[in-house]
Design a binder for this molecule. Structure first.
Ligand code: CO
Length: 223
């Protein structure tokens, strides 16, 4: 119990299996990493980045926190972003939210949860920004789902507005931002908008993605 033997046993078996399938795997990956993707996702145990896109260790650089929030003063997230963009030179940054996100639900439930409420404030800010749209969504799942989608779009915007991404585009580095949402009910990822690959595309892509969410909301309330 104190050594978590079951986990260490599973690790041995995984390492053995991985080596059996590809004898040079660990020798190759231990030399360096060349991931093409940075994943910014929720810490939720049901949305493990590498697993849900069926990739291997070494293929995705990952930052996860409660409700996949990108805050401009979060040195942890910014350091990951800087390393991914400037050193690893990833070509794609994926911000991935997920339906049924406990962080988004907690941001909306009007209850006290402790310290985390200060973090969730960022999601409440997103809700406030889009209150005009969300106001028509009632208080049920539709409101939570649309806010979860809007949160992804807003966090992509936040990534685009960092000095790290602006400077990368400025010097002509190839870098594309993606807004994804994952359904924990069926394991399927959905793309919430076109990829953003330059400073000029940021505003139009943002507007289009928000409009698409408003459209889904209007469709639901009409139907
Ligand atoms: Co979550």
């Amino acid at each position: 119990m104190r050594t978590l033997k079951n986990l260490l046993d599973r690790n041995r078996s995984w390492a053995d299996g991985t080596r059996a399938a590809d004898p040079s795997f660990f020798a190759e990956t231990s030399k360096s990493q060349h991931p093409q993707y940075l994943w910014i996702g929720c810490a939720d145990s049901r949305v493990p980045a590498t697993t849900v896109v069926d990739m291997k260790p070494g293929e995705i650089f990952v930052h996860r926190n409660i409700a996949n929030v990108v805050v401009h003063t979060d040195l942890n997230c910014l350091s990951v972003l800087q390393y991914a963009v400037e050193v690893l030179k990833v070509e794609h940054i994926i911000v991935c939210g997920h339906y049924g996100c406990g962080g988004v639900k907690a941001a909306l439930d009007g209850q006290r949860h402790g310290l985390i409420d200060n973090w969730l404030r960022h999601i409440q800010d997103v809700a406030q920004k889009h209150e005009g749209m969300l106001g028509g969504a009632g208080s049920g799942d539709a409101r939570t789902d649309r806010l979860t989608e809007l949160n992804v779009i807003e966090q992509v915007l936040n990534v685009c507005r960092t000095t790290i991404v602006e400077d990368a585009w400025e010097r002509g580095q190839s870098l594309c931002l993606h807004s994804w949402i994952y359904s924990i009910e069926d394991g399927i990822l959905h793309d919430l908008g076109a990829c953003v690959a330059s400073l000029a595309e940021v505003e139009p892509a943002y507007e289009a993605a928000v409009e698409a969410i408003a459209g889904r909301l209007a469709e639901a309330s009409n139907g």
